[in-house]
Write a protein that binds this ligand. Structure first.
Ligand code: ATP
Ligand code: MG
Length: 394
């Protein structure tokens, strides 16, 4: 058994010794069967949260109303969730209440897709009542039970479907595929934050093109913030992307670039991206536009900084269907050559200028500083006080 499971098997053993059932479930079992790297293992149990807390000395209540307790054991932490069914679904969103049950099958039944509804014992035996293993082998994404019912219980599952297509490259089973289009309007009821989490995973998955085709052909894109008018642009962005090439921020910059700021100035805001992230995206956007009109030079990489310059260059190369290595190495080389990396490293500051020129402050200070920066970066003057003074006031 693989390392994360091996260690976690001790946790399951303890639950079993206390007289309850416990299994590995969810993404970790799926990823194990796919031979993928496993980040964290989820455990489901017949024990109630209170019972789990009695078994383990160190626990944290992370989502006790949903039946989840975080258990700290052997230097690791594990999310342990009580078997549950999800009672009433209100407004096509997650249920308000959950009821704890003692049956594993009931718990697996409420899970979204067959590939996510496989349980594994600590001995490595699978409990797979919905044919998840077979679907994994065939590369098929299929809901547990009737797709239209499952999507109307929780409309987010439709975006999760596109997300798994992007991450796994799977094909959507016929009935599930049909139901996606019929149920798409229910996405109206889903909070932007939950859409954002899935959309980010869609756009950073290895099979993003396939996933965006699902978003567009199934009409799901219409219910994403500000996407209604831009299905073609979404497909174009997906076409340009290459597996693993761009991080989340860069993907947003690319998307924003294909849509264009003028067409949709509120695009990023309405996705409720954090202000800091929006700023980073704008910087990449600006750097990319500069890059369109000229090659990188020292002043360019200085102005935007290494990270933003690299991001813009990456997008530029992808956009033109070029290799990434060489252009990125060129940007790095330029950055290494910079005599100063920021204004803080300049040997003079505004106060020096005020003293030297014996004038009141004003716009000229910033203008002079910028001229000095440019001269230092181009090698016209050395970065020391005397040289700068002589150069500035000969
Ligand atoms: P990841 O690798 O991204 O964590 P995951 O499959 O583990 O993928 P999670 O969101 O962590 O996804 O959910 C864990 C499990 O809970 C899923 O595998 C699935 O069985 C179930 N699940 C999660 N969200 C839903 C949902 N909206 N409806 C039904 N079941 C869900
Ligand atoms: Mg998970």
């Amino acid at each position: 058994m693989k390392p994360p499971f091996k260690k976690a098997a001790r946790v399951i053993e303890k639950i079993e010794q206390a007289g309850f059932e416990a299994y590995f479930v969810g993404g970790s079992v799926r990823d194990l069967l796919l031979g993928k790297e496993i980040n964290d293992v989820d455990i489901a149990t017949s024990a109630t949260p209170e019972e789990v807390k009695r078994i383990f000395p160190r626990t944290v209540d992370v989502g006790i109303e949903h039946g989840t307790v975080l258990v700290l054991e052997g230097g690791e932490s594990y999310e342990i969730t009580t078997f549950r069914t999800e009672g009433e679904y209100v407004d096509f969103r997650r249920p308000k209440e959950v009821s704890f049950v003692r049956s594993l099958t009931e718990d697996l039944k409420r899970r979204d897709f067959t590939i996510n509804a496989i349980a594994m014992t600590k001995e490595g035996e699978f409990v797979d009542p919905f044919g998840g293993k077979e679907d994994l082998e065939k590369g098929i994404l299929r809901t547990v039970g009737k797709p239209e019912e499952r999507f109307s219980e929780d409309a987010l599952r439709m975006l999760r479907a596109a997300r798994f297509v992007s991450q796994l490259g799977f094909a959507v089973e016929e009935n599930t595929y049909r139901a996606l289009k019929e149920s798409a309007p229910l996405l109206k009821h889903i909070a932007v934050e939950r859409k954002l989490a899935e959309f980010t995973k869609i756009m950073t998955g290895d099979h993003v093109k396939k996933a965006c085709e699902v978003l567009v052909s199934r009409d799901l894109y219409r219910y994403l913030p500000n996407m209604e008018a831009f299905p073609g642009q979404l497909l174009k962005a997906a076409e340009i992307l290459r597996p693993g090439a761009l991080d989340e921020t860069e993907v947003w910059a690319l998307l924003f670039l294909v849509i264009r700021k003028e067409n949709c100035p509120r695009f990023l805001k309405e996705w409720r991206l954090p202000t800091k992230k929006i700023k980073e995206i704008y910087q990449i956007y600006d750097a990319f536009h500069d890059r369109l009109s000229k090659e990188w030079d020292l002043y360019g990489v200085y102005t935007y900084g290494l990270e933003t310059s690299l991001s813009a260059e990456k997008i530029h190369s992808l956009w033109n269907g070029e290799e990434l290595d060489k252009p990125l190495a060129h940007v790095r080389e330029l950055y290494e050559k910079l005599p100063i990396k920021s204004r803080k490293e300049l040997q003079v500051n505004g106060n020096d200028l005020l003293l030297w020129k014996n004038k009141g402050g004003g716009k000229w200070v910033e203008e002079d500083l910028r001229r000095i920066e440019k001269a230092v970066i181009s090698g016209e003057v050395e970065n020391d006080k005397r040289s700068i003074k002589e150069w500035l006031m000969p």
